[in-house]
Unconditional design. Sequence first.
Length: 287
Amino acid sequence: MTLIHLLSIPMKYQPFSFNRISNLSPSLTQIIKIWGLLGILLFFVWSCENKVSSSQKKTPIHKGQEIIDQAIIAHGQHLFENATLSFLFRDKQYSAKRSDAEYIYTRSFKNGSALIEDMLINSTDFSRKKNGASTEVSKDWAGKYSRSINSVLYFFQLPYLLNDPAVKKIDQGIKQIKGENYYEIKVSFQIENGGEDFEDEYLYWINVNTFEIDYLAYNYITDGGGVRFRSAINKRRVNGLLVQDYINYAPLNKKMPLSNLITEFEKGTLIELSRIINSDITLLPNN
């Protein structure tokens, strides 16, 4: 009988079962069972490695990004997009207007009988008006004024600005502060597009339940360098935007590592330098 004849003979399909293996020789039965168990074991190992690999993809950088994204929503700062923010800080009026094309910062205040109006476009293009007329400003002073405006508006817009492309965010696990749990997020900056202060480092402590920033710390190199720690106070909502003021502290050792500041804060050894109090807050969509 040829192979073609054999293939043409109809055969009944019988489902595979281990009962049929018992009809084979003992040695062949044992081999088949061993290979079957090996296959199950290999599948289990592959499945576990795949789960570990998937969890590793979210830590620590991806998890840091997810936490910041949730914090932006918790603070209501997604409302900054295509809107104008305005507030009063230390007798100066500040504003930040954002659109798809650019962002414009302004600061206005009285200097004696003169009204000073500063404008900073995309953090680089500074101009000043005095009583409505443009006035010349030297490059050095333009830089100082720009840094001052940027600093005030930067802290007010946290955590929104932590999604800037130059920002590097790393989740450093959960820390406990005064009996509550917080995500500790380390922030640093890339050299490219990181600004003049790209060497500064920050730590943010974000409440694991509310995703609100209750504490933050940073070091800086400009103006002689130093370390600061801030604790949020006076929390309130303005048209869905979480607004909070801060107590500004410094350690006795201005080179103290940021990671040590929580311990010093709980011990009460930090020195209160000032209070960051904002008022007359408005947030309106652009026309």
